[in-house]
Write a protein that binds this ligand. Sequence first.
Ligand code: FAD
Ligand code: FES
Ligand code: MG
Length: 316
Amino acid sequence: MEPELKLPDFTIVDLEDLAGGVTLFEVRAPRIAARHRAGQFVMVRPRPTSERIPLTIAAVDRDLGTITLVVQSVGRTTMDMCAGFKRGDRFANVAGPLGNPTHIGIPGKPEDYRGTVVCVAGGIGAAPIAPIVRAFREAGHEVITILGARRADLVILEDWLAFHSSQLVVTTDDGSMGRKGFVTDVLREVIEARREGASKVELAVAIGPPIMMKMCSKTTEPYGVPTLVSLNTIMVDGTGMCGGCRVRVGGESKYVCVDGPEFEGHEVDWDGMMQRQAMYKAEEAESLERWKSANSACTDSACKAMAAAGSVASSG
Ligand code: FAD
Ligand code: FES
Ligand code: MG
């Protein structure tokens, strides 16, 4: 008798609202959980009729066979995910893990070298940076994490990051939580305070909106601190075939999905990347409007929270 073809079910085993328009999903995906390493992502198609979108794996539980995704509502597909799914529902498919894992070490230093690493997360960047913080700490590095958001109610995963970091500094633009100001102010101070000796900052990792990653790279450049950034270009297939995620790095064309997603921030053509990211703004807005008018779910809390958080405007 022919063996039965058992398809993975991608059931949402847990779901939690983390902040205005940000939802955490724990999804059954045992094969992906078993193979995942820090820095990798998945391509998710929430419904059979949806587009595919890239989302970073924020955590895995290999015993339960689950992966954790943290999704910010910024447009049609993410809004559908955050407002239209509940515990027990299933995503149509989840492909991965994709992309190169983060190299957990200091560039140019031997594997057993233990330098200080500063991890900087902006907004939703707290989720993708979480497994990287943990991996550097478990490898024996001192890890200083700087977590920035516009307001206190948009700060996510601070307890998790505090637990896994040697030190956590929270900043908000309006001073409603932690220090008032930008992550780059703290990044500069930390580098300045540790310019010599064993605690010298040897590597920065920055994940968040492109403008924030650009500014972090500009901050570290004069100090010669290598800076890893995880690029969030538009992706269609996630496997190097469509060219949608093309970006210039060090004067060469790279595909973020197969050559990245992490690159040296000092070499990225940020303006080119941001231009390409905004290429379909008009179509995205039209698609969101059509989805809103077709879905009563848009009166739900996720949609209201998204509007209150202004996440459409801040998505790059
Ligand atoms: P749309 O209205 O279609 O687009 C809003 C904006 O999102 C666009 O202007 C564009 O800048 C960007 N975008 C649109 N389509 C895509 C696409 N197919 N691929 C990438 N960006 C797109 N977001 C999270 O909330 N959590 C994550 O963990 C996360 N990880 C990511 C990891 C990678 C490697 C990349 C490349 C992106 C990641 N993103 C993550 C961003 C997320 O994929 C986009 O926010 C999402 O695709 C927007 O889809 P939409 O239909 O809701 O919005
Ligand atoms: Fe198609 Fe990278 S997403 S080439
Ligand atoms: Mg979309």
